[in-house]
Design a binder for this molecule. Structure first.
Ligand SMILES: Cc1cc2nc3c(=O)[nH]c(=O)nc-3n(C[C@H](O)[C@H](O)[C@H](O)COP(=O)(O)O)c2cc1C
Length: 153
């Protein structure tokens, strides 16, 4: 089976409490485990999401299709999608990190203003798979959220 990945960002349409995020992650982890999907969800205090999805192309595209129609967020923009040699988040059914500052996301994505409504669009042609590496490195510097990070299996 050839591997595929998709990274998108979006804006929350409501404020997410820890309880809301927990419910979302519980559902996602259950579903993703059944479909052999792995990945990571980043949530910034300003209500920005950045999600990495990895798995079979058909599964990744199908779940993204559903996610992008979810009314709890809007303005989903695919940053990167394509074949993947090996899973970066193989052990994570859907890992979670709360970014402490909105600027963390900007730094990850290349020093752009994440508060701007179309903040990523000019960057799209410049993004490469190194984004996945940067996200992977980043999560190892962010403290684990005791409630929301999945327990080691
Ligand atoms: C930011 C965000 C990320 C999500 N990630 C996933 C995910 O990785 N897997 C998943 O099954 N659902 C995810 N969801 C939930 C789906 O959008 C959807 O609500 C859920 O799959 C239930 O769909 P259904 O009502 O059609 O069964 C996410 C929702 C949001 C807002």
């Amino acid at each position: 089976m050839s591997l595929y990945h998709l990274i998108y960002e979006s804006r929350a349409t409501q404020s997410f409490t820890d309880r809301d995020l927990l419910e979302l992650l519980r559902h996602s982890r259950g579903f993703n485990a059944q479909r052999n999907l792995t990945g990571l969800l980043l949530y910034s205090p300003g209500g920005r999401f950045l999600q990495v999805l990895e798995g079979a192309q058909a599964e990744v595209e199908a779940v993204y299709q559903r996610i992008s129609q979810d009314a709890r967020h809007t303005a989903c923009v695919v940053l990167l999608a394509g074949p993947l040699a090996t899973r970066r988040f193989a052990e994570w059914r859907m890992g979670f990190r709360a970014t402490r500052h909105l600027t963390d996301l900007a730094a990850l994505l290349g020093h752009v203003d994440t508060a701007s409504p179309d903040f990523l669009l000019p960057l799209l042609p410049k993004l490469s798979t190194s984004l996945l590496d940067r996200i992977f490195d980043y999560v190892h510097h962010v403290p684990v959220h005791a409630l929301l990070e999945e327990q080691a299996a």
